[in-house]
Every structure is written in C-alpha cells, then in structure tokens.
Design a protein around this ligand. Structure first.
Ligand code: ATP
Ligand code: MG
Length: 328
C-alpha cells in the first residue's frame, strides 16, 4: 500500500548524523515508493528559540540544502515551511481542546527537553508542542512517520488525539504509525546525550573533511582506556556506536579488537572517518551544486508549500464539517 509519509525537523540549525541515521536515511528510501512530505518546523523551533528568531531564519535554507544534499528529491518529496501553512495552527487549536495539561506534563520527551531548553519556566507553547505536532501529522493524513526514539511519546499522543477526534465528531482523520530506524537514538560525540543540534555534540552533514577529522579526534571514547593496549568497553564508546550505525559490516571486528586491546582508539577512529567520508563526500558535492542556485531552492520551498496547502484546505473543510463549524 502506498503510504503518505510525513516528517519534520525543528529549524534550529544544521542537520547532523543523528538526523541522518534516525530519520533522513529512511525518508530518502521511502520517497521512491510513497508520497512524501518534509516539514521545516519553524513554529516548533520558536517554542524554545522565540528570543533567537534570527537563528531560525538563517537556518531555514541551510536545512533545505541539507535535505537536498542528503538525497531528498524535490520531484518526489514536497518540502514545506510549517509557518506558511496556517491550517496547521487552526487544527492545533481544535486539537488543544482534546488534550489535558497533565498528559503534556507527563510526556517524557517534554520533561527531558524542558530541562535542556534553558528556559526559566515552562511556557504554554512549549508544553503544547506535541499537540501542534499531532496537527502537523493529521492535517495531511500522514500514515507513516519515520522518527527517532525521542518522538515515540509524541506519536502516541497524535494517535490518541486523532482517535478521540474521530470518535467525537466524524472519522475523517487518519491514525499515524511511527517508523523507527535501525538507529533510533544516535549518541553525541560527548558520549552522554543524544546527538542534538542544541547540545554542541553533533557532527553536521555539511562539515568539511577537516572538520570531520577534528570532531572525531575530539570525540570521547572509553575513559578507562588510557593505553592503546588496555581492553576497551565498546558499549560505552560513541565511536563504536558510530561504527554500528555507519559501518555495520565492520562493527563486530571493531568490538573484538577493542575488547582485546588490539586496536587503539586512533586507528579505530580512522576507520570510521573513512566510512563517514564515503557518506558525506557525495552530500558535499550535491550541496555545492544546489547552493549555486538559490532561486531554485526558493522555488522548491514555494512549490512544496503550495502543494501542502492544497491538501490542508481539503482536510480542514472536512474537519470543520465534522465539527459542525461549516456555517454557510
Ligand atoms: P533540537 O536540539 O533543536 O531539538 P534535534 O537535533 O533534537 O534538534 P529535531 O529537529 O528535534 O532535532 O529532530 C528531528 C528528527 O530527527 C526527529 O525525528 C528526531 O527523532 C530525529 N533525531 C534527531 N536527533 C537524533 C539522534 N541523535 N538520533 C536519532 N534520531 C534523531
Ligand atoms: Mg529535538
């Protein structure tokens, strides 16, 4: 069956290897068979970055370039801008009547992120962003959502809201399914938290060969391994996690040699660097190619957004009719 696939990324900076492994790789594969939509989530970015909106406007086209460089094909996938689809805001408002504040407060991803967001208090927009995300998915009746593990509580909420709406009014909306990748949570170069734009522990998809080498050199490894021949503990080492994600065919050998102390961290990092160069070098080339045609990027974003608005208008007509709000 042909699915409608929707995903998005907060417009808070460049995309990184975590996005690629957790979601982007799946999106590129799915666009061959399915109808695909990728959303630049600028409104959701405002929930934590409302005082730094210039970061959002500066990042938007860089992220569009990241998508295109990673292999998103604008002829197969509609790339659109969240704030330019007002129907999403309208549906968010209707959905917000169906979700309790307690449900949002207990959402584990909201809890974890509110600690990391550096905001002094819990803001209404931030607390409610999973509701807005449910509307992002429901307005286009997406069926399949390729996401990282952190998004599962939000997907569950989206399913519940859609079910509640359909039961209360009319079954016009569709319950989405999450698609979790083989790498649901890529750890950052600090070896502690999820690789994230906001935590300074990311390897960006557009980094140069030199930047990649430097980031890998600085990346944490097993802290107990002082000498090259000390036996290592791959399960606590981010470099080993990256071997698993980006060089799975060689990961068993790395584990054995690391545990036996027969490969040093520098040699292990070098093998990974070569594999990542193989992934990133073609992306850099595509990026340069697209970056030379900024008008084309604008056209791609405008066409994608226009396409999505056509779909949104149809869904909102059905939603209003279902709720009895179609007065004339
Ligand atoms: P921010 O720090 O601004 O929240 P982020 O790096 O967490 O940024 P998002 O835009 O929140 O990125 O996430 C976009 C998508 O990428 C989501 O589906 C998320 O699950 C996935 N993703 C992001 N980081 C990772 C990661 N380290 N591992 C796996 N998936 C990830
Ligand atoms: Mg995030």
């Amino acid at each position: 069956m042909k699915n409608r696939v929707l995903t998005g990324d907060r417009v808070t900076g460049k995309l990184h290897l975590g996005h690629y492994a957790g979601s982007l790789k799946n999106r590129v594969a799915l666009q061959e068979e399915h109808e695909c939509f990728v959303m630049l989530a600028d409104v959701q970015a405002l929930t934590t970055h409302f005082e730094r909106s210039e970061l959002i406007s500066c990042s938007l086209k860089e992220m569009a370039l990241d998508y295109l460089a990673a292999g998103i094909d604008p002829n197969k996938t509609s790339i659109f801008i969240q704030s330019m689809v007002p129907e999403i805001a309208e549906l968010t408002m209707f959905f917000s009547m169906l979700v309790t504040v307690n449900t949002l407060r207990h959402n584990p991803t909201v809890k974890a992120e509110s600690k990391g967001a550096g905001l002094d208090e819990l803001y209404y927009g931030f607390l409610g962003y999973p509701v807005s995300q449910a509307a992002d998915i429901a307005f286009c009746k997406a069926t399949l959502i390729p996401v990282g593990e952190d998004q599962l509580p939000h997907l569950e909420l989206a399913r519940k809201v859609v079910r509640r709406f359909n039961e209360l009014y009319k079954p016009v909306l569709v319950e989405p399914q999450a698609l979790i990748s083989e790498v649901p949570r890529l750890v950052g170069t600090d070896g502690e938290a999820k690789m994230s734009k906001s935590l300074g522990n990311a390897i960006e998809l557009d980094c140069s060969a030199e930047e990649l080498a430097l980031k890998l050199r600085k990346a944490k490894t097993d802290p107990a391994r002082i000498h090259k021949n000390d036996p290592g503990h791959p399960d606590i080492c981010p470099i080993y996690a990256y071997h698993g994600a980006f060089r799975p065919e060689g990961a068993v050998e790395i584990r054995e040699n690391c545990e036996a102390g027969t490969i040093g961290c520098s040699a292990c990092k070098e093998k990974l660097r070569l594999a990542l160069e193989g992934l990133l070098a073609p992306m850099r080339e595509r990026r340069v190619d697209y970056a030379a045609r900024p008008r084309d990027i604008d056209d791609i974003l405008q066409a994608g957004t226009a396409e999505v608005r056509r779909i949104a208008a149809v869904t909102m007509g059905e939603v209003r009719e279902a709720m009895g709000l179609d007065y004339f």
